[in-house]
Design a protein around this ligand. Sequence first.
Ligand code: NDP
Length: 240
Amino acid sequence: MARIALVTGGSRGIGAAISKALKDDGYTVAATYAGNDEAASKFSEETGIKTYKWNVADYNESKAGIAKVESELGPIEVVVANAGITRDAPFHRMTPEQWNEVIDTNLTGVFNTIHPIWPGMRERKFGRVIVISSINGQKGQFAQVNYAATKAGDLGIVKSLAQEGARAGITANAICPGYIATEMVMAVPEKVRESIIGQIPAGRLGEPEEIARCVVFLASDDAGFINGSTISANGAQFFA
Ligand code: NDP
């Protein structure tokens, strides 16, 4: 029987590549999204992957959405907490709304995604939790105090979950992508993009598929002893 995988924010960008790679590897995939119905239905038509709409920032919506996925597809064995947003501003201009929106989606959203799935994983003695963090959670970033706080928080979440889940056959790991060629990054002016690329020793942006392949590996049985780890996929963009 195919394992069931849930990918939040799985209809666009890095999440879409993750959903497709897991499907190609034999998983039955549920991809969630927040509100972009057009992108989600196009993605679903092209890939045959089922999409579900809920706001990861809302615990009750997440719990109900996860219950629906499990009733339609079966118990979730792999969860990829990928949904994320940015609301950038230098700290002196960052509003409490910008802070809260990013914390609610990127950090509380990870709790809301994993928490309803965790008891089932413990009972079945198997689970793979993969959180998409960011290089900016490792090194900080100008105008991203909110975002960097959430992405650093992800690393604390997986390290703690790893210790709680290890005896129950559950692993929890994070991936920290560097700059990846998603719509968001491709939309920045070419000059800015060139200067970003200039800071990447590999001399190029990463591809969403390169992050997706890390997810497929961490989800596999072969990765069973990798727990509480962080995979950095950033083209050698080292940091202090
Ligand atoms: P995109 O903006 O391309 O896609 C974001 C996805 O998340 C969409 O499917 C979106 O749904 C969904 N989403 C956003 N907010 C919510 C919410 N509140 N509830 C449910 N779903 C939501 O993002 P990327 O592919 O660029 O990024 C994916 C992850 O990778 C993020 O966590 C990001 O922080 C991280 N990352 C990205 C990097 C990059 O270079 N792009 C670098 C490092 C990390 P909808 O389509 O409805 O809007």
